[in-house]
Design a protein around this ligand. Structure first.
Ligand SMILES: Cc1cc2nc3c(=O)[nH]c(=O)nc-3n(C[C@H](O)[C@H](O)[C@H](O)COP(=O)(O)O)c2cc1C
Length: 357
């Protein structure tokens, strides 16, 4: 195998292949991250919805299983005060779905993601994970310094050039440039949360010009061709979520996996109707009807807390109508392969493309 055109990211993370399997809260498992890390990439675990005890347990599993670096990921967000009037309007909008599924009344809005604060910092600092990544901005500088002081490498997502510059000044070690094609939540944290709408092809070279740190291309990178293209755009590596979603080690509903493989790029959509933040998912009845109704979602993550039970019930009932099915525009390029095999295939395919060029 030939080498990679740029190795600064591999050197920083201590990995062989500059491919990060994205952290995906609710989907990633320690098993998938271990498989990717042991195949030479960077396996990641989404910890946004986990309690400190769950984080401890999962990191122990990663430390036991992975013989290379791994990454754990957290959200950085405020907890908004619920507004009674908005909440009542949303509960009313969702009432027909709750009735249809026999779930009674829509629940009260609450925050369902723990804040990355003192308690989690203490837990994570003691665990000394090799890599921690953040989505929706960065925690306080003291937290970043605390993590770096135990040797943890810090990554964070930017959806605009301005955000990348802010992250560099904030002390991160590498920047994930997340284009609009990406599945799941947009990482936008400056200005209007709906404003970071730049495609990967335009974003990556501009971020690479604007910062000195290694840049990781994310969003629509779903096969070896796109990994090779990311290097041409100035990236030092890629973060791939959707491409890994169909791996058997992922926690995925079988119908979500089945649909993912036949979803065309135009059949995904960025919507705020699921969580309150813009996020890309496979279009289904819920997204279509919420969009047509013009209902204003509650602020993140309150909206998710009133929608979540519909997802849980849909999964149980084997119906995709109201299921949450995050996916990026590259969905149909996903492969049902064990994660370690997929990592090896992606690395080989990308290197073959690079060699041909
Ligand atoms: C199912 C799913 C869940 C995601 N959850 C998270 C998450 O918990 N934390 C995070 O930083 N990014 C999350 N993302 C975004 C990814 O980190 C990454 O930016 C994205 O997957 C890249 O685009 P791609 O899906 O086209 O590969 C998620 C993406 C998907 C598809």
């Amino acid at each position: 195998m030939t080498g990679w055109p740029r190795t600064d990211l591999c050197d920083l993370l201590g990995i062989e292949h500059p491919i990060i399997q994205a952290p995906m809260a609710g989907a990633t498992t320690p098993a998938v991250a271990v498989a990717v890390s042991n195949a030479g990439g960077l396996g990641s675990l989404g910890c946004a919805a986990k309690t400190p005890d769950q984080v401890r347990e999962d990191v122990a599993a990663l430390q036991d299983g992975a013989n290379h670096a791994f990454n754990i990921n957290f959200f950085v967000h405020d907890v908004p005060e619920p507004n009674a009037e908005d909440e009542a309007a949303m509960q009313q909008r969702l009432a027909p779905y709750y009735a249809e599924l026999g779930l009674g009344e829509a629940p009260t809005a609450r925050s369902m993601y723990p804040i990355f604060g003192e308690e989690m910092l203490e837990v994570v600092t003691k665990l000394t994970p090799p890599v921690v990544s953040f989505h929706f901005g960065l925690p306080d500088r003291a937290i970043i310094e605390g993590l770096k002081s135990v040797g943890t490498v810090i990554l964070a997502s930017a959806t605009t050039v301005r955000e990348a510059i802010v992250l560099e000044a904030g002390g991160v070690d590498a920047i994930i440039a997340q284009g609009l094609e990406a599945g799941g939540h947009r990482g936008t944290f400056l200005g209007d949360i709906g404003s970071g709408n730049i495609g990967t092809f335009a974003l990556v070279p501009q971020v690479a010009d604007a910062v000195k740190l290694p840049v990781i291309a994310a969003g629509g990178v779903a096969d070896g061709r796109a990994i090779a293209a990311a290097f041409a755009l100035g990236a030092s590596g890629v973060q791939m979520g959707t491409a890994f979603l169909a791996c058997p080690e992922m926690q995925m509903h079988p119908l979500h996996r089945e649909l993912l493989l036949k979803t065309l790029g135009e059949e995904t959509q960025v919507t705020r109707s699921i969580s309150g933040r813009p996020a890309r998912a496979i279009v289904n009845r819920y997204i279509t009807e919420m969009s047509e109704s013009g209902a204003e979602p509650l602020a993140f993550p309150l909206q998710y807390s009133v929608v979540g039970s519909l997802n849980v019930a849909s999964r149980k009932n084997n119906s995709t109508d109201l299921m949450v099915m995050w996916a990026g525009q590259g969905a149909a390029l996903s492969k049902v392969l064990p994660a370690g095999e997929l990592l090896t295939k992606l690395a080989e395919d990308a290197q073959a493309v690079l060699a041909r060029m």
